[in-house]
Design a protein around this ligand. Structure first.
Ligand code: NAP
Ligand code: G3H
Length: 483
């Protein structure tokens, strides 16, 4: 892959119908760094006509791609992964500049994405069909045989969020390609420069013409055209719950996988190893400044353990480095001013409602200090809403029943953590939590990426994870042999 310097302004074009193209009308979106406001690049704002062309191109190319051998698909994906790793510094540097992710995590994202792509390619080889022999119903003859195979869905629309511009894009595109689909990729606008670099690596790996098409442009402008397009056969979306729910109402009968927001609780019982709990909760709540769907977004701690846990959390939170992504600081500027304003207002409201400030609540531009709030009450917005920023509310509870009740009252149901040394209590609580996954004595997180990843309620629909994504991006096809 030819590496692109990201020291200067990167004027990127889109891959449309096998060609790198500017858009017809010349309208572009200029992107600035969330850290310092410096312009870092621009992407085309596609028109409806160009979006239509993207879907049509994917549709045409998919017909041939569906006939290719699985080994051929696997080889393409492996070459793509190799190109990404070869260019991890330059792509990581773009992620760092574009979404203000700390440098080491941005490079890790590139490597994690390559690992995901390789694992998907390997697992895709193992998707097998089935042969069912007939049984005799209603006394009829048992002479039928069903040959069940997996076939592609057609054209997959992959829409990704800003916070993992590579990983949450490739985790849709790789399984879609491995199962024989064409792809229309709509990256998050803030994240599209990194997303385009990822597709440059794929194209240079030998991507067939027209099979993957990039549609840049604001979701508010081209989103409906994409989501309601008759040529789209599946939508795989990761992003906010509001966007996802509205999309599901417009998509009609088109199958959807939605990975949405969360309000993951960490439930801490009095017998927990509080040093471990404090370490895991700090990492879970504050990595990438809390801009993760799986971030721990509230602590529900038994009164008896609360003072000690708060003291340990304070020490850990105050040790976090606050600064710029290129300095590899733990807490970096939020994605935009609107997001920083929202987090700040949640903190102020909680303090007005009687919460106690343990540390933080300082701001410089989009950079917010990690903020720990104790004695937060359930009438506070921060007890229920997703801040997507570095604030952790602590709610003190009387017992596990109250913790479970507050956890389940949420509109979200992504993940939860339970900290206790009583294995029976851990299972008892986990069994009652209305979430996709429960972490016992560990922070909430999506990986390893072959585990099933899902949310219930407003946190999502369907399942992702290597094998699960391969299954959701293909379908059964049955041929019945009659004697
Ligand atoms: P977002 O605002 O919902 O945007 C996500 C994607 O949807 C972007 O590509 C966006 O494009 C696009 N979009 C916006 N409006 C659209 C529309 N009407 N039709 C079609 N597409 C549209 O989310 P975000 O701010 O990027 O990400 C933060 C949210 O994502 C948080 O709530 C977080 O919890 C959630 N998230 C969930 C997971 C998970 O796996 N559960 C993972 C990561 C993030 P533009 O950028 O052009 O607006
Ligand atoms: O932001 C949502 C991502 O799916 C979270 O992934 O737990 O690996 O940070 P992560």
């Amino acid at each position: 892959m030819t590496t692109t310097s990201v020291e200067t302004f990167s004027q990127k074009n889109v891959l449309l119908n096998g060609e790198w193209r500017e858009n017809e009308n010349g309208n572009r979106i200029t992107l600035a760094s969330p850290s310092n406001g410096k312009e870092i690049g621009s992407v085309p704002a596609l028109t409806e006509k160009e979006v239509n062309e993207a879907v049509e191109a994917a549709n045409t190319a998919q017909k041939e791609w569906a006939k290719t051998a699985l080994h051929e698909r696997k080889q393409l994906l492996f070459r793509w992964a190799d190109n990404l790793v070869e260019n991890k510094e330059v792509i990581g540097s773009m992620i760092m500049q574009e979404v203000a992710k700390k440098k080491s995590s941005a490079i890790d994202e590139v490597v994690r994405t390559a690992d995901f792509i390789r694992h998907t390619a390997e697992e895709g080889l193992r998707l097998t069909g089935d042969l069912l022999t007939g049984d005799s119903y209603n006394g009829g003859p048992a002479s039928k045989t069903a040959q069940v195979s997996r076939v592609p869905l057609g054209v997959v629309l992959a829409i990704s969020p800003f916070n993992y511009p590579l990983n949450l894009s490739a985790s849709k595109i790789a399984p879609a390609l491995m199962t024989g689909n064409g792809v229309v990729f709509k990256p998050a606008t803030q994240g599209s420069l990194s997303g385009i670099m990822m597709i440059e690596a794929l194209e240079q790996a030998g991507l067939p013409e027209g099979l993957v098409n990039i549609t840049t442009g604001r979701g508010s402008e081209i989103g409906d055209v994409l989501v309601t397009h008759k040529g789209i056969d599946q939508i795989s979306f990761t992003g906010g719950s509001e966007t996802g729910v509205s999309m599901s109402q417009k998509a009609g009968m088109v199958p959807l996988v939605l990975e949405l927001g969360g309000k993951d609780p960490a439930i801490v019982l009095e017998d927990a190893d509080l040093d471990k709990a404090a370490k895991e909760i700090t990492g879970g709540a504050f990595s990438y400044s809390g801009q993760r769907c799986t971030a721990i977004k509230r602590v529900l701690v038994k009164e008896e353990a609360a003072d000690e846990l708060v003291a340990k959390l304070k020490e850990k939170v105050e040790a976090l480095a606050v600064g710029q992504p290129e300095d590899d600081a733990d807490i970096t500027p939020l994605i935009n001013e609107k997001s920083a304003d929202n987090v700040e207002s949640m903190i102020e409201e909680a303090l007005d409602q009687g919460a106690e400030l343990i540390s933080g609540n300082e701001r410089q531009g989009n950079l917010l200090a990690p903020t720990l709030l104790d004695k937060v009450t359930t009438d506070s917005r921060v007890a229920w809403e997703e801040p997507f920023g570095p604030v952790l509310p602590i709610i003190r509870v009387k017992g596990e029943e109250e913790a479970i009740q507050i956890a389940n009252e949420s509109e979200y149901g992504l993940q939860a953590s339970v900290f206790t040394q009583d294995i029976n209590a851990a299972h008892r609580i986990a069994d009652q939590l209305e979430v996709g996954s429960v972490q016992l004595n560990g922070k909430t997180s999506r990986g390893p990426d072959h585990f099933p990843f899902l949310g219930v309620k407003n946190s999502g629909l369907g399942v992702q994870g290597v094998r699960y994504s391969l299954l959701s991006l293909s379908r059964e096809k049955v041929k019945v042999l009659n004697e």
